[in-house]
Design a protein around this ligand. Structure first.
Ligand code: ADP
Length: 474
C-alpha cells in the first residue's frame, strides 16, 4: 500500500519528481536553443538571398525601370528562397513584387525594415501576420551604387516551417520525458525495494528478538551500507544469543554451586538438632559447618569479584609489579612451608611499573599461587619469575604439581570448570579462580596463558602493559 511515511514511497516519488524536473528543464532549454538556431539560419538565408537579389537588380535600377521585368526577377528569387521578394526604389515605392496578383506594385512600402535599409543597415523583424495567420520574418537590405542608396530589397518568409519542426521536436522531447520518467519510476521502485527489503527483514527480525527469539539471522546479499548493517545485526544477534546462553549457564552453575554447601549445612544443622551427640562429635559437626560456611563466603566473594570485573570498574593506580609480588610472597610463604613446598622467586634488576588495581592484580597472583599450592604435593616447589620485554611486564608461576591433561587446557579459564570436581571442592575451590585471573588480566589490557603436562606440573603466565620509561624513571 502507498504510504508517504515509508522510505520506499518517498524514494520513488522523490526520484520521479527529480527526473521529471530535470527532463523538463533540459527540454525547455533544448527547444529554445533549437528554435533560435532555426530562426538564425532562416535569417541568414534571407539576408544572403536578399543581398544576391540586390546585386542582381542594381543595374536595372540605373536604367529605366521595368516593373514587369523586376517582378519577374523578384518571383524567381522568391521561388528559390521560398520567400516573398519586393524591390523598392529610392522613394520606397514598390517597383517589383514576387506576388503578381494582389501585389503591392506601384504602392509605397512604408515599413520600419525599409527605413533601416535606407539608413544603410539591415532591417529585420518577426511579426504575426493577421492576413496569413502565421508568424513572418522580414528582412530589408539597401541597394547601393557607389555608396549611394538607390533602392532596397524587402524579403519576407513564413516561420511556418520552423514551427512545424519545433512542434515535432517538442512532441519528441515530451515523449522522451515521459519515457524517462516511466523508466526512472520503474527503476526507483526496483531500487527502493532493494534498499528497503532488507530493512523490513531487519525490522521483523528485531521484533522477533524483542519477543525473546534470539536465534535470528538475516540473509546478507550485498556488501553496501545496508549489507553491512545486516551483517552487524547478525553478529549482534549471535553475540546476544551467546551471552544470554552463557548467563543462563552461569546462573544454573551458581545455583548448583550454592545448593551443595547449603544442602550440607542443612544436614549438619538437622543432625545437631535431632540427635544426641557427644561434645567431641558435636564439635566435628560444628567444624564442618564452619568450613561449609567458609566455602559459601569464598564462592560469594568470587562471584562479587567477577561482577565487579564485568562492570569494568578498575581503580587505576601506578605501582611496581615486583613490589606487589614480594609483598604477596611474604604473606603466603608460611602456608607453603607448612605443606613442605619450596617457594622460589626470580626478579629482574629493574622495577616494573604498571598501572592497574593493586587489589585486583594481587587477587590474580593469589589465585595462581593458591592453585599451585592446592595442586602440588609435599616435597615439590613453586617458582615465581618476573621479566620485562618490549612494553610489557610478565609473571610466570611454575609448579611441580599434578599438571593439566591436554584435552582440558582449552577450558581451564572457563567459569566453574574443574578437572576433578571432588578434589577442587575438597580443597575449598570454587571453580572461579582462573576465570577471575583471565578476566582481570584482560580488563587490564594484558593476556594470560598456560603450559602444562599431566603429572609434570603447570606453568601459568600473564603479561601486563608496562608504563613508559619516564614513569619508571620518576
Ligand atoms: P578451583 O577453585 O577449582 O581451583 P580454578 O578456576 O582456580 O578453580 O581452576 C580450575 C581448575 O583448573 C581446577 O579445578 C584444577 O582442576 C585446574 N588447575 C588450576 N590450576 C592448576 C594447577 N596449578 N595445577 C593443576 N591443575 C590446576
Amino acid at each position: 500500500m502507498f504510504s508517504f511515511k515509508s522510505i520506499r514511497s518517498r524514494l520513488t516519488v522523490t526520484f520521479l519528481l527529480t527526473i521529471l524536473a530535470v527532463m523538463l528543464i533540459v527540454s525547455f532549454f533544448l527547444a529554445q536553443v533549437l528554435e533560435r538556431y532555426h530562426i538564425k539560419s532562416l535569417q541568414d538565408n534571407l539576408i544572403r538571398s536578399g543581398a544576391l537579389a540586390g546585386q542582381f537588380v542594381e543595374g536595372h535600377l540605373l536604367e529605366e525601370i521595368d516593373p514587369v521585368r523586376l517582378s519577374w526577377l523578384a518571383e524567381n528569387f522568391g521561388r528559390q528562397s521560398d520567400a516573398r521578394v519586393i524591390f523598392v526604389n529610392e522613394k520606397g515605392v514598390v517597383i517589383g513584387d514576387s506576388v503578381r496578383l494582389g501585389g503591392l506594385l506601384g504602392q509605397p512600402l512604408d515599413r520600419e525594415e525599409i527605413a533601416a535599409a535606407f539608413a544603410g543597415e539591415t532591417g529585420f523583424s518577426i511579426q504575426y501576420s493577421e492576413l496569413s495567420r502565421q508568424k513572418v520574418m522580414q528582412v530589408a537590405l539597401p541597394i547601393d551604387e557607389d555608396g549611394e542608396i538607390i533602392g532596397a530589397v524587402f524579403i519576407s518568409s513564413s516561420l511556418q516551417g520552423i514551427e512545424t519542426i519545433m512542434g515535432g521536436i517538442r512532441r519528441l522531447l515530451l515523449i522522451t520525458t515521459l519515457l524517462a520518467a516511466a523508466v526512472a519510476g520503474a527503476g526507483s521502485v526496483f531500487l527502493a525495494r532493494r534498499f528497503t527489503g532488507p530493512l523490513e527483514l531487519l525490522t521483523e527480525a528485531a521484533g522477533r528478538m524483542a519477543e525473546g527469539n534470539l536465534e535470528q539471522q538475516i540473509e546478507v546479499k550485498s556488501s553496501d551500507e545496508i549489507g553491512r548493517l545486516a551483517h552487524r545485526f547478525n553478529h549482534m544477534a549471535e553475540q546476544l544469543n551467546y551471552h544470554t546462553k552463557n548467563l543462563r549457564n552461569f546462573v544454573a552453575n551458581v545455583a548448583h554451586e550454592l545448593r551443595t554447601p547449603l544442602a550440607s549445612l542443612s544436614l549438619i544443622v538437622k543432625s545437631l538438632r535431632d540427635y544426641e551427640m557427644e561434645p567431641e562429635q558435636q564439635r566435628e559437626f560444628l567444624d564442618d559447618l564452619d568450613s561449609e560456611t567458609e566455602r559459601l563466603i569464598a564462592l560469594v566473594q568470587d562471584l562479587l569479584d567477577l561482577t565487579t570485573l564485568e562492570g569494568g570498574e578498575i581503580a587505576y593506580e601506578q605501582f611496581p609489579l615486583d613490589g606487589l609480588v614480594r609483598d604477596l610472597i611474604r604473606q603466603v610463604a608460611p602456608r607453603f612451608e607448612r605443606q613442605n613446598i619450596r617457594l622460589l622467586s626470580d626478579f629482574p634488576a629493574e622495577k616494573l611499573f604498571i598501572s592497574g588495581s593493586w587489589l585486583q592484580l594481587r587477587q590474580v597472583l593469589q589465585n595462581l599461587l593458591d592453585n599451585a599450592l592446592k595442586y602440588s604435593s609435599s616435597g615439590g616447589w613453586v617458582k615465581i619469575t618476573l621479566w620485562s620485554e618490549e612494553g610489557a611486564a610478565g609473571v610466570k608461576v611454575e609448579d611441580t604439581g599434578c599438571g593439566i591433561p591436554e584435552k582440558d587446557l582449552p577450558f581451564i579459564f572457563e567459569r566453574f570448570f574443574r578437572i576433578d570436581q571432588a578434589r577442587s571442592r575438597e580443597m575449598g575451590g570454587t571453580g572461579l579462580g582462573l576465570a577471575i585471573v583471565k578476566e582481570t588480566v584482560e580488563a587490564h589490557g594484558g593476556k594470560v596463558w598456560v603450559e602444562s603436562e599431566e603429572s609434570q606440573g603447570s606453568t601459568f603466565y600473564f603479561k601486563l602493559p608496562l608504563l613508559s620509561d619516564d614513569v619508571n624513571d620518576s
